[in-house]
Design a protein around this ligand. Structure first.
Ligand code: ZN
Length: 329
């Protein structure tokens, strides 16, 4: 397979063009670090805006997976930005026990409340099964994430929005990094959200025998449109991604790396299954875009990237999940 000699992007990646010199279209364009640092003052202004009058128990929501990135963001929200976060996590049935322990440690050490939402496991499994088996989502959607991950993260995002509306919060912070999301601070567009939500549910509905609409969190779009803007914040984009610093910081609050997750996840066991099926179906790793972006901006070396991308084979834990869902390897 033809692969970019600089950032490892393969020819199989959507719209990738590797030239005779062995460079991809992204490297030819000379992509360097997209600087999001100018968005941090905007976030600080938003914090000023919400910190007036009475002091409610929470003034922001953090979508928390227990992984290294969102653990770091949760700590930053409290320690660096002086916010009072509510941590929200989704138990999709495949969260590593170690990740659950990490969440408890970090939240206890910081005095942060953790809200766990667990969808109906049978329905969640059915959603995963459909996402793993069928090409139901648009190509551009799944070029940066496996379909299983997308189906789950959509639940997380919509639940977070539902909770924020319910609790009158205006900030949802997440641990997305360079290559995973194109903006550090942005207000949620209710019309766009309603449209993509409808599309996604329609694609899933065609393959499922239950009401997807009732399964996914219900968002009060009318209320969302009338309320002051709700913001998504990804503070990891404000600076260069520094994994060493992240690990060092979160360890101080009791975080330990799980041993049962794959190289791309520090919280979820479904991740490796999603990666495996994605690779089989589309011929490239779902983290390819992110890894290639990180290599291009110098956050990781090509050697490190290669090692992460090579972790695509299924292990016994993954095999058990595949069996549990009634799928073929
Ligand atoms: Zn390249």
């Amino acid at each position: 397979m033809k692969v970019c000699k600089s950032c490892l992007l393969p020819q199989t990646f959507p719209k990738a063009q590797i030239d005779a010199a062995g460079l991809c279209n992204y490297c030819r364009r000379g992509t360097t670090l997209v600087d999001y640092s100018h968005e941090e003052p905007r976030f600080k202004a938003l914090i000023n805006e919400i910190q007036h009058g009475d002091q409610p128990r929470y003034n922001c929501l953090v979508s928390y997976s227990g992984g290294k990135d969102s653990s770091y963001v949760l700590i930053q929200m409290k320690k660096k930005y002086g916010l009072r976060p509510l941590a929200f996590t989704l138990d999709n049935g495949f969260v590593s026990e170690k990740a659950k322990e990490n969440m408890r440690h970090i939240c206890d050490n910081l005095g942060i409340d953790l809200l766990t939402v667990k969808p109906d496991p049978e329905k969640m499994d059915a959603v995963f099964k459909v996402a793993l088996q069928h090409k139901i989502f648009a190509k551009n959607v799944i070029s940066r994430v496996s379909a299983a991950c997308y189906a789950c993260i959509t639940f997380v995002n919509y639940k977070a929005i539902q909770l924020a509306i319910e609790k009158g919060l205006r900030i949802i912070a997440s641990g997305f990094t360079h290559g995973q999301i194109p903006k550090a601070v942005f207000s949620i567009n209710p019309d766009f959200l309603e449209e993509t939500f409808k599309d996604m549910k329609k694609q899933l509905s065609e393959k499922l025998n239950f009401d997807v609409d009732k399964f996914y969190p219900k968002i009060d779009f009318l209320k969302l449109k009338k309320a002051p803007a709700l913001y998504n914040v990804n503070p990891l984009l404000f600076g260069k991604y520094d994994e060493k610093k992240i690990i060092q910081t979160i360890k101080k609050y009791g975080w330990e790396r799980p041993k049962d997750t794959d190289s791309c996840s520090s919280n979820c066991l479904m991740n490796k299954v999603g990666n495996y099926y994605h690779y089989k179906m589309y011929g490239y790793h779902p983290y390819q875009y992110e890894i290639s972006s990180l290599i291009r901006i110098g956050s990781i070396t090509a050697e490190e990237g290669k090692k992460i991308l090579a972790d695509i084979l299924i292990d016994n834990k993954g095999r058990n999940i595949i069996k549990k869902l009634g799928l073929k390897e």
